[in-house]
Design a binder for this molecule. Sequence first.
Ligand SMILES: NC(=O)c1ccc[n+]([C@@H]2O[C@H](COP(=O)([O-])OP(=O)(O)OC[C@H]3O[C@@H](n4cnc5c(N)ncnc54)[C@H](OP(=O)(O)O)[C@@H]3O)[C@@H](O)[C@H]2O)c1
Length: 389
Amino acid sequence: MAIQSKLPIGILGATGMVGQRYIQLLENHPWFEVAWIAASDRSSGKTYGEAAKWRLDTPLPDRIARMILSPAEPEGAPKIIFASVDAAFARELEPKFAAAGCAVVSNSSAFRMAPNVPLVLPEVNADHLHLIEEQSWRKDSGGYIVTNSNCTVMGPVLALAPLQERFGIEQIFATSMQAISGAGYPGVASMDILDNVIPYIPNEEEKMEEELLKLLGKLDGKVVRPLAARMSASCNRVAVVDGHMVSVSIKLGKPATKEEILAAWEGFRPLAGQHLPTAPDQPVQWAEQPDRPQPRLDRNRGNGMAVTVGRLRPCGLLDWKFTVLSHNTIRGAAGATILNAELLRSLGKFDPAPPPDISGALTRKQTIEVLDDFAAAVSGGGSRGLGVV
Ligand SMILES: NC(=O)c1ccc[n+]([C@@H]2O[C@H](COP(=O)([O-])OP(=O)(O)OC[C@H]3O[C@@H](n4cnc5c(N)ncnc54)[C@H](OP(=O)(O)O)[C@@H]3O)[C@@H](O)[C@H]2O)c1
């Protein structure tokens, strides 16, 4: 599909750790252009250069440094919002933007588990986007909310999706070692994290468990049936800047050899040929060396969008165990939102909303047909995919 001109997007939470990644990843993006930025009242009215403590290792683009931060209100904002504020603020702000007709592509946890809000990872469950049509904002103003997952669960889900598809998964035991950038800026005090491991991250284990099962769940009409697997997560904060590592043990639905598991990861390329600019060619990459993956050496694979798996070996309790690493502020946050937005753009979900009358109903029906095509294409069962949108 030919993309004619760049779409203006707004960033809510632009000054934060994830907001900075949006700005970095969207510089020179072929489809989207940052046209509006907002953060808290503390930042509103200031230039981005004054308000943000830029913490990334590429220069802050001049154009963005000079932009003025708007109040966090929908008036004057573009119709596509990349949202990354704390859940407490997101709970109040995101519905306001959706009610004003904005497509809110969110990174916050506030609505991830709402029954009518898609929690989407394009390689895994693009068909869950059907749920957009169940949101009242969509019917009233054309606006909606789509979310990506918690940063820690993203790596395990990408690694588990091809195994679930081929062998089924019955039990998952996961222990995380999470980077400090996952707590935002300034995050955990250096006196607390240096020379230390903190075995508690509020609400993280619950999020990991419930989001994993929703992401790997099946859309059944208007609801997602979570994966029927037992899951236990333990989450720890470690003194790494970027990159969440997770040790995973699994019990499969049917036996699989090491070669079959490696082949499942190698062959997992559900977005191949869809031309989404941020999608990595190989989303799950195998690291053969016995001491990999490691955050410093592997987090930037696939421009930070690929996850690295290693240390696949038999598990004494369940069937198999392995280690998975993902870049938490790219694959686990800003890159995930951008990839969701690319998918939405490709599916025509950013096109002007139809008026809420009979023609609107027809358009929604057509949209659902297109999503069916897409779901069939990503699961290997169809040939039309995004090309028909
Ligand atoms: N860091 C990660 O790896 C990661 C991964 C996945 C998901 N997330 C989620 O993404 C969200 C943001 O995380 P972060 O790490 O970027 O946090 P952060 O560095 O603390 O940034 C928070 C952002 O929210 C803004 N903000 C605070 N209060 C606000 C309000 N009342 N209204 C509007 N904006 C407000 C801040 O603006 P000011 O600068 O003006 O205070 C800042 O731009 C959180 O929901 C987090 O759970 C983070």
